[in-house]
Design a protein around this ligand. Structure first.
Ligand code: ITT
Length: 213
């Protein structure tokens, strides 16, 4: 089993990674198992923040690290909340308060103008000084509803209407969400790339041997 530290403190993401990556000879260990300290997300792009988080976890654990930086962009809000999705209602915000703010910002926006999408960037670093991180990104189109529906998922899922399904992301089974979602699609790219790249693992092994002396 190849061990990778998952550089997230979001239990919703951990659930989705575990479900999507079972059966691939990867042992995905959340960074909480190593007490990795949280790093400030100072980037202006999902890519910068994903690399910051993966590098932090790789540095702390000496393991290859995978990070997910993701968020929602809403056309009527000129792309907000974007990279600030997790803290849209303030630094101490939770999912419920973020949704309250989003629905409030959109209170005068009619149904047809409520187009939005989730973005996911995955960054996989072999070690903390890896100059060639593997980056995978995907998006998932939808519309913002006028009120929340469903109790699954996390974040903005209860207000993210998936048009083809006629349901919000919070009403979908985890397996269905993982097949369609921004994260599921980015993970599928990652699995495909790792399946064809023994090089990644060879370099990660060398880096781990060097860091343990
Ligand atoms: P980590 O940085 O520890 O991974 P985080 O929640 O702070 O956790 P981000 O900075 O990437 O992660 O913020 C992503 C936010 O975007 C997340 O908190 C949700 O509000 C939203 N989001 C991302 N993916 C989502 C999904 O699949 N469903 C609903 N909301 C999602």
């Amino acid at each position: 089993m190849r061990q990778i530290v998952l550089a997230t403190n979001n239990p919703g993401k951990v659930r989705e990674f575990n479900a999507a990556l079972t059966g691939y000879h990867l042992e995905i260990v959340p960074q909480s198992a190593f007490n990795v300290p949280e790093i400030e997300e100072t980037g202006l792009t999902f890519i910068e923040n994903a690399i910051l988080k993966a590098r932090n976890a790789a540095q702390y654990t000496g393991l290859p690290a995978l990070a997910d930086d993701s968020g929602l962009t809403v056309d009527a809000l000129h792309g907000a909340p974007g990279v600030y999705s997790a803290r849209y209602a303030g630094i101490c915000a939770d999912d419920r308060l973020n949704i309250v703010r989003l629905l409030n910002e959109l209170r005068n926006t009619p149904a047809e103008q409520r187009t939005a999408r989730f973005h996911c960037v995955l960054a996989l670093l072999q070690h903390d000084a890896d100059p060639t991180p593997l980056i995978f990104q995907a998006r998932w189109e939808g519309m913002i509803t006028f009120e929340p529906y469903g109790s699954g998922g996390f974040g903005y899922d209860p207000v993210f209407l998936v048009l083809d399904e006629g349901q919000t992301a919070a009403e979908l089974d985890l397996a269905v969400k993982n097949r369609l979602s921004h994260r599921g699609q980015a993970l599928a790219q990652l699995v495909k790339a790792l399946g064809t790249s023994s090089d990644f693992w060879n370099q990660a092994t060398v880096a781990a041997m060097q860091s343990t002396g």
